[in-house]
Design a protein around this ligand. Structure first.
Ligand code: SAM
Length: 171
């Protein structure tokens, strides 16, 4: 199952940090790719640097026509929104399918047609919070925590310690 994150409505300057965090969370929590409808070289550079140092094949890309991408996506299309159905009520059904997953998150107000283009509108609780938190919780519930045991093959690797820090770096 391939998992693709679609970040809509990135705003230059204001969203640079949060869109970078979306990429970091997507990668660390088991997704395969981040797509954005607006290009920001600084976000791409930050994510690609982490991938180069910490490993594995996470990709970041741009799509010009997000609507036709969503329409033609061959898999389950999930929009994370506080207006959706609480994750506790729909995650079991979503997990039953082994089809690829497209997970859509917004920044500024999401275009209203997103709601009808997707298969599921999912709320991580029906209160407003953050796309980063919503993405992390959704991926963790989808993958049942297995994503946290994944081994990334990179130049940098942490040897977990009860106290202190140990980082191994290949030369
Ligand atoms: N009022 C906005 C809206 O239209 O949903 C909230 C925007 S919020 C700052 C940015 C993004 O965070 C939303 O587009 C959505 O993807 C995500 N988000 C925020 N709260 C959420 C929640 N309770 N459940 C799921 N996603 C949420």
């Amino acid at each position: 199952m391939r998992t693709v994150i679609l970040r809509l409505g990135h705003r230059y300057i204001r969203d640079k940090r949060i869109s970078t965090h979306i990429g970091l969370v997507a990668r660390a929590f088991g997704a395969d790719e981040l797509l954005m409808d607006i290009q920001d070289p600084l976000v791409e550079r930050s994510i690609n640097r982490v991938v180069e140092e910490w490993g594995d094949g996470f990709e970041i890309g741009i799509i010009k026509d997000w609507k036709s991408y969503v329409k033609n996506f061959n898999g389950d299309r999930i929009h994370l929104t506080m207006y959706g159905i609480n994750i506790n009520e729909c995650i079991d059904k979503i997990k039953k399918s082994t089809r690829d997953k497209l997970i859509i998150i917004g920044g500024k107000k999401v275009p209203s047609d997103v709601y009808s283009l997707v298969d599921y509108n999912v709320a991580i609780g029906n209160q407003p919070h953050s796309e980063v938190a919503a993405l992390a919780v959704f991926l963790d519930r989808l993958l049942e925590g297995r994503e946290l045991d994944r081994e990334f093959k990179g130049k940098k690797r942490i040897i977990p310690q009860e106290h202190g820090k140990r980082l191994v770096e290949d030369s």
